[in-house]
Write a protein that binds this ligand. Structure first.
Ligand SMILES: [Zn+2]
Length: 378
């Protein structure tokens, strides 16, 4: 991993490299971890084929129904908890669980200070119509600001504070309410197209603490960004299940948009962006583009082609206009808000989370793996 960035020039997708793309999806040569077979089809397309070979929505819907039946009415107020960004995926999760499967849902929204006005308006409409339990989590801005700064400076990314800052409260609310089901709209097929070099592992305690490096007192982090060992033990024994709803039901983006417009008068993002719920996501994409020569936009469009939700030609057209190769208008405001200079932002392009030690490299994970191996041998 270290080597990958030391030779940034080689990895960076040059024009020549980008000219050669997978014959089936649109991933370009130079994409991290990509290789082609003799017919010019990439390994990501092969992995997709393997993943969908056993896909059968009739069977998975029945499995989902069994899980929901088991948990319905089990605790006093709610049957399940979801994280709600205000984007189309989480809104569709809420719609399905509440309206179609008749679950009592507690929706937890994280206001990170960058929620787009468009997402806010959609959220209000949806929550008012469905009348579900709704909690907005806001962590104090000085702590968030400090974290965004630290992650950008040291790890070249700033999404972990939000991902952790929503996940820990979701688990906390689920456990307080005695709910064992947590749902997300993350799709194995459509979202996990990003290689590890793009995104850090979100709930990696060691990675998180190594970036923070003792600069923020632990008591400021507990309950919001960190769980104590006692809480982790309680979580492990309380059997909270974290499920991805797209693993069980069809996730057709065009159809989802149609349903949301029909049900809630859903407002589309005028620029048709993938993550229009967070204004900082453009900056994340731009940063990744500057580092690798393409961003999640290409990865996401390729995933849609693979899943036959877009034609290859449509995706190639969209890459031209949507890839994050232009500096976002919001960049200066964002940098001012978190207190980072232009120079520091430019320097962060050469940083990467893969250089920060994570749980896989720490002593207790090592001991755990060793114990597992010894146990297996015995
Ligand atoms: Zn491909």
């Amino acid at each position: 991993m270290e080597k990958a960035l030391m030779v940034r020039g080689e990895n960076y997708a040059t024009k020549e490299k980008k000219a050669r793309r997978c014959n089936r999806c649109i991933l370009p040569l130079g994409y991290p971890g990509l290789s082609f077979d003799k017919s010019g089809v990439c390994n990501f397309c092969k992995a997709y084929d393997l993943a969908v070979r056993t896909r059968n929505y009739e069977v998975s819907r029945r499995a989902l129904a069994r899980i929901l039946d088991k948990h319905r009415g089990r605790s006093r107020n709610y049957d399940c908890v979801i994280g709600m960004s205000g984007g189309k995926d989480s809104t569709y999760v809420l719609y399905l669980l509440s309206e179609v499967f008749h679950m009592r849902v507690l929706a937890v929204h994280f206001d990170n200070g960058f929620v787009s006005p468009y997402a806010k308006r959609n959220l209000e409409k949806v929550v008012a119509k469905l009348g579900v339990g709704f909690i907005t989590v806001r962590h104090d801005w000085p702590t968030m600001r400090e974290m965004y700064k630290m992650f950008l400076r040291r790890a070249g990314e700033f999404c972990t504070p939000c991902n952790v800052g929503i996940s820990i409260p979701i688990l906390k609310f689920a456990m307080e309410e005695g709910v064992r089901l947590v749902f997300s709209g993350v799709s194995r097929i459509l979202d996990v197209a990003s290689p590890r070099m793009y995104a850090s592992k979100y709930l990696d305690r060691c990675y998180f603490l190594n970036v923070i490096n003792g600069q923020i007192p632990r008591d400021m982090l507990h309950g919001r960004f960190l769980q104590s060992w006692m809480e982790i033990l309680r979580r492990a024994t309380s059997h909270v299940m974290w499920l991805k709803l797209p693993d069980y039901v069809e996730w057709d983006i065009k159809n989802i948009r149609k349903i949301l417009r029909r049900e809630f008068g859903w407002e589309e993002d005028p620029n048709g962006k993938f993550h229009a719920d967070c204004m900082a996501s453009d900056i994340k994409d731009y940063l990744v583009y500057r580092r690798w020569g393409f961003s999640d936009v290409t990865a996401k469009l390729a995933a849609l082609v693979r899943d036959r939700q877009l034609t290859r030609q449509e995706a190639l057209e969209r890459v031209k206009s949507e890839e994050a190769n232009k500096e976002p208008d919001f960049l200066d405001d964002f940098l001012n808000k978190i207190g980072i200079s232009r120079t520091e932002f430019e320097n962060s392009i050469d940083k990467t989370h893969t250089r920060i030690p994570n749980c896989r490299e720490c002593w207790w994970f090592g001991s755990f793996s060793l114990a597992k191996r010894l146990f297996k041998r015995a």
